[in-house]
Write a protein that binds this ligand. Sequence first.
Ligand code: SF4
Length: 209
Amino acid sequence: MKEAVRYLGYGNNTADERTCAMIQESFTELERAADPRSICRIFDMEQDADGTIKAANMKLVSKSLSRNLKGCVRLVLFGATLGIGVDHLIRRSSVTDMSRAVILQACAAALLEEYCDKIQEEAGKELEKEKLYLRPRFSPGYGDFDIHYQEPIMRILDCAKTIGLSMTDGYMMTPTKSVTALIGASPIKERCPAAGCEACSKTDCEYRR
Ligand code: SF4
């Protein structure tokens, strides 16, 4: 609820009663329409002296990703989607009631984040058995991590078959409420919050994305 209110532009202020009721209703509808699916694959990773990351037969060049993954030894490739039913619900609403569609968009974004956090937490628990600790998710398009890396990530995860997620030539994902990301795993325990660097109080962290 808090995230949806924030996505709607209220910042940390509370929304009015009517908006809160519409948000609640939207979550109920979205939960009915959603078919959340995810895929994670874990690879060994290396980092060259110049910061280039090598993992899963990919070479990743990005200063911000390289900083975030410093010291990591494994790399989780991650894909998740809420499914096409959510797109249909939002599209139908945008024809009949634009303000409801805007609220559905915000709630769907919040629902997707929450779902990704949950899956990431599960992956984190598995890796903790090997004494490895996850950094925050890092998606193509963040900082200088080029959006074109979305293509090899989706190909390696075989997203179309595994979770029904595909991409247009312009890197638009279908279903739209979907995420691809990389998550580094390091032997250094940083206790990164699932919500990521933006929600973390360690402002001087050298891995901050
Ligand atoms: S700023 Fe916080 S969340 Fe981000 S990498 Fe550092 S410890 Fe982790």
